[in-house]
Design a protein around this ligand. Structure first.
Ligand SMILES: [Zn+2]
Ligand SMILES: [Zn+2]
Ligand SMILES: [Zn+2]
Length: 315
């Protein structure tokens, strides 16, 4: 009798253990799925509220490290309402994006604020740098890439079209020149690109846009089935480029101010181009101190928003 009871109790205990384990496994799976949730989606209270099939995976992360024009916002010695605003959405470092896709961490442009952007967003790894053009507000933080050489114990490739590459070679000639003992400088493999190239499994397409007198690139990044277009400095865009970018998942485009400018798009012209491109989500960047964030956001059509420093878009 005692033996039978003991066996029965053991079987019961084993069953309870199995049930407990199976519940734990279920929640573990749910936890794993949560870690890949789209950060823009609200999460429900219960630990596993949705069937797994309805959960969305995040494949590409676009972090806006800077969204300001060349002077940054606030501008030095300016007392306008936007420059004096307390709203952090009106504080803009110079334009740059940190892109994560297909296991690659790609920095697009290294503005003078690059070091501060890395510290602000705790950026720990850079697989590649891509330059849109060689204006000071897009390149003058490049020297700080050397810290990633040290941390990663590796050289880092930097990609640019032939025109910007010529300027990069001239401005950063000390990076290319012979090593000097005791001088700490970036270890870079400069790669001149045109049209389509690859960074790991990411397919990148370079295209020209009209901006200043010097050549300026925009880029289309494609990876994990997601398409992202980035054009931070632009006055005009050709029909062929609009066609190339049509229907991308995320499009980011220059919009300096409301009034015309000789080298940048106005808000109105940027919106017109974005409507032709028809991205699923569109963002304005390279914003000047004429643009108050909330006022601009309220005036824009559905699907188009002003970007802001620290905005992270997961697709
Ligand atoms: Zn610029
Ligand atoms: Zn101002
Ligand atoms: Zn520029």
């Amino acid at each position: 009798m005692t033996v039978r009871l003991s066996v029965g109790y053991s079987v019961l205990t084993a069953l309870c253990l199995l049930l407990t384990l199976s519940f734990d496994m279920r929640y573990a799976i749910c936890d794993i799925q949560y870690s890949t949730f789209d950060i823009n989606q609200p999460q429900a209270d219960s630990p596993c509220p949705l069937p797994l099939a309805t959960l969305t995976l995040s494949f590409m992360k676009i972090l806006f490290a800077g969204t300001g024009t060349s002077s940054g916002v606030p501008m030095i010695a300016c007392d306008c309402d936007v420059c004096c605003s307390d709203d952090p959405l009106n504080r803009r470092m110079r334009a740059s994006v940190y892109l994560e896709v297909e296991g690659q961490c790609i920095v697009i442009d290294t503005p003078p604020d690059f070091r501060e952007q890395c510290l602000t967003h705790n950026l720990r790894h850079v697989d590649a740098v891509v330059f849109t053009h060689a204006h000071a507000d897009h390149i003058l933080g490049f020297d700080d890439i050397r810290r990633f050489n040290t941390v990663q114990k590796s050289r880092i490739p930097a990609y640019a079209a032939s025109g910007p590459m010529e300027d990069l070679h001239r401005i950063f000639d000390y990076i290319i020149g012979n090593e000097e003992i005791g001088v700490y400088r970036p270890k870079i493999d400069f790669c001149e690109v045109s049209c389509e190239f690859r960074i790991g499994d990411v397919v990148v397409t370079e295209f020209g846009v009209k901006h200043g007198p010097k050549p300026t690139s925009g880029f289309l990044f494609e990876g994990d089935g997601v398409r992202f277009g980035y054009v931070p400095d632009c006055l005009e865009m050709g029909d062929d480029v609009v066609e190339l970018l049509k229907g991308v998942d995320v499009m980011v485009l220059d919009a300096l101010r409301y009034n015309p400018h000789p080298t940048h798009l106005t808000v109105d012209n940027s919106v017109k181009l974005l409507e032709r491109i028809g991205a699923k989500q569109s963002y304005l960047t390279h914003l000047g101190h004429d643009l108050e964030h909330k006022t601009l956001a309220q005036a824009l059509p559905d699907g188009i928003q002003p970007a802001y420093d620290g905005l992270c878009v997961s697709i």
